[in-house]
Design a protein around this ligand. Structure first.
Ligand code: AMP
Length: 463
C-alpha cells in the first residue's frame, strides 16, 4: 500500500480540505495516514497515540465526513473525554475543522450548573463532546436525546480509566444505539484499556504509531538529581533566567501545595508572566490561564497533573517535571506537551532520592533511559530539612517494602530502635520506682532507720 502524503488523497470534501489548509496542516501525520482511510471505510479503530501526534484530527476528519452537515436537533456523534479542559479544547479543534460546515458542536462538562448546557442541547446539536460524568448526569435527567448517535469516540481512554469512569462508560454504552461506529484513542494501552476495548469495540483495527508508551521522538529528555524541594526551587530560578531558550514553559507538580509554592516564587522573582492551575482554582480561572498561555501572553504555566491532562498547547519550549509523577503514564502525557507535531521540545525532570524508584519504573515504561545530567554549579544546594529527610527515608522504605513485603527498612528500624530504647528506659524507671516504693514500705516497717539512710535507695534509682 502506498503511503498517503497529502490530505487530498483521503477523498475528504472541499470544506474539510479548506479548513485543514487554513490550519496550516501540509502533510498528514503518521496516525492520520493510518487512521483516516480505515475510519472512512467504517471500521472500528483502537488508536494508540500520544497527544502531539495529530491523533485528534485523525478521528475528527473522518467523523466530520460522516456527520457532514446539520440535521434535526438530536446529536449524532458523541466524543467522550476525561476532563473539562479536554472537552473544551476538542470542541475548539472540531469547530476549526468544521468551520466551512454548518455543524453544531457543543462541549458539556461538570463543575458548573447544567442549565445553559441543557438549553444549548435543546437548540440542536450534531456533535456532542462530554465528560462521562456530565453526560450520565444529564442523560439521567432526560436532557440528552440518545437515539441518533452513530459514532462514539473515547479520547484519552487510559485517563478515563485512571479517573474511575468505567461505571459511567458502561452505562453510556448501554443507552446509546448499538448500531454505531466506535473509536478508541489512548496514549498508552494498559490491560484495563484492552479490557475496555474488548467490551465495546467490534473487530477493531489497532493502529499504534509508536511502541507502547514511547514519548514523541522529538522530545529531548533530561534528568537531574536534586536533593530537596528548596534546591528544586533554586534550580527553577536558574533555568528560568535563560529567557531566550525557555520562552514557553510548563511546570508540572504532584501536589497543589508545590504548584502554589513554585508559582509564588516565580512571580516574586519576576520570572513570569506566570499562572497556576490546580483543582482548587475556579473553572474560569483555569480556562483563562490556559488561554493566556496558548495566546503567548504567559511565559510559564504551573500545573498539577490532573488539571493538565489533555491541555493542547503548541510550541511549548520546555516541560519541567518539578516532581516525578507517581502515575507513570503521566510522564508520557506531561512530556507530550512539548515536541508537538513537527516541533522540537525539551523535558527536564527533577529527581530526589525518594523519586529514583519511580524513574526506574518510568524508564521501563518508555523503554529507554533518560539522560542524566549534573546539577549546574550555579545552583545553590540547600540542606534538606529534618522533616523532608524523614519523609524521603520513609518513602524509600515504603518502596522497598512494596517490592519485598518482608523488608523492615532503615527508617522503621531506626524508629523501632528508638522505641525499644525508650521502652527499656521506661521499664527501668518503673522497676526503680517499684524498688523505691518497696524500700519505703520496708522503711515504715523499720522505724529505727534515720533520714539519711532512707534516702539511699533513691540515689541509686536508674534514670
Ligand atoms: P493532537 O495530537 O491531536 O493533540 O495534535 C497536536 C497538535 O498538532 C495540534 O495543535 C494540531 O493542531 C497539530 N496538528 C495535527 N495534525 C497536524 C498536521 N497534519 N500537520 C501539522 N500540525 C498538525
Amino acid at each position: 500500500m502506498s503511503v498517503i502524503t497529502t490530505f487530498e488523497e483521503f477523498n475528504l470534501n472541499k470544506q474539510l480540505l479548506n479548513a485543514v489548509s487554513d490550519l496550516g496542516f501540509e502533510h498528514p501525520t503518521e496516525i492520520q495516514q493510518k487512521c483516516i482511510p480505515i475510519i472512512l471505510a467504517g471500521q472500528e479503530v483502537i488508536g494508540i497515540a500520544q497527544t502531539g501526534t495529530g491523533k485528534t484530527a485523525a478521528y475528527l476528519l473522518p467523523l466530520l465526513m460522516k456527520i457532514k452537515y446539520a440535521q434535526g436537533t438530536e446529536p449524532r456523534a458523541l466524543i467522550l473525554a476525561p476532563t473539562k479542559e479536554l472537552t473544551i479544547q476538542l470542541a475548539e479543534h472540531t469547530k476549526q475543522l468544521a468551520k466551512y460546515t454548518d455543524l453544531r458542536i457543543l462541549p458539556i462538562y461538570g463543575g458548573i450548573g447544567p442549565k445553559t448546557q441543557i438549553e444549548n442541547i435543546q437548540q440542536g446539536v450534531d456533535i456532542l463532546i462530554s465528560t462521562p460524568g456530565r453526560f450520565t448526569e444529564l442523560y439521567l435527567r432526560g436532557d440528552i436525546p440518545v437515539k441518533q448517535f452513530k459514532v462514539l469516540v473515547l479520547d484519552e481512554a487510559d485517563r478515563m480509566m485512571d479517573m474511575g469512569f468505567m461505571p459511567q462508560l458502561r452505562k453510556i454504552f448501554e443507552v446509546i444505539p448499538r448500531k454505531r461506529q466506535n473509536l478508541l484513542f489512548s496514549a498508552t494501552f494498559p490491560e484495563r484499556v484492552e479490557k475496555l476495548s474488548a467490551e465495546f469495540l467490534e473487530f477493531p483495527v489497532r493502529v499504534a504509531i509508536t511502541p507502547q508508551s514511547t514519548p514523541a521522538k522529538q522530545v529531548e529528555q533530561e534528568l537531574y538529581h536534586v536533593p530537596n524541594i528548596k534546591t528544586k526551587i533554586n534550580f527553577i530560578e536558574y533555568l528560568l533566567k535563560n529567557k531566550e531558550d525557555l520562552n514557553r514553559v510548563m511546570i508540572f507538580t504532584r501536589t497543589k501545595e508545590n504548584a502554589e509554592n513554585v508559582f509564588r516564587f516565580i512571580e516574586r522573582k519576576g520570572l513570569g508572566p506566570v499562572r497556576v492551575i490546580h483543582s482548587n482554582k475556579g473553572q474560569n480561572s483555569r480556562i483563562n490561564a490556559v488561554n493566556e498561555f496558548k495566546e503567548g501572553n504567559l511565559r510559564v504555566l504551573v500545573s498539577t497533573d490532573v488539571t493538565a491532562r489533555g491541555i493542547d498547547v503548541t510550541k511549548v519550549s520546555h516541560v519541567i517535571n518539578f516532581d516525578v509523577p507517581i502515575l507513570y503514564e503521566d510522564y508520557v502525557h506531561r512530556i507530550g506537551r512539548t515536541g508537538r507535531a513537527f516541533q522540537d521540545g525539551k523535558a527536564i525532570t527533577f529527581v530526589t532520592r525518594a523519586e529514583e524508584y519511580h524513574i526506574e519504573k518510568i524508564e521501563k515504561l518508555i523503554r529507554g533511559k533518560i539522560l542524566e545530567k549534573n546539577l549546574p554549579d550555579e545552583v545553590f544546594v540547600e540542606k534538606t530539612p529534618f522533616e523532608e529527610k524523614q519523609a524521603i527515608s520513609k518513602a524509600i522504605d515504603d518502596q522497598k517494602r512494596r517490592d519485598d513485603p518482608t523488608f523492615k527498612g532503615a527508617f522503621h528500624e531506626k524508629k523501632d530502635a528508638k522505641r525499644i530504647e525508650a521502652k527499656k528506659r521506661e521499664d527501668k524507671a518503673r522497676v526503680g520506682k517499684q524498688k523505691v516504693k518497696k524500700n519505703k514500705r520496708d522503711d515504715r516497717k523499720r522505724p529505727d532507720l534515720n533520714r539519711e539512710d532512707r534516702k539511699k535507695p533513691d540515689k541509686k534509682r536508674p534514670r
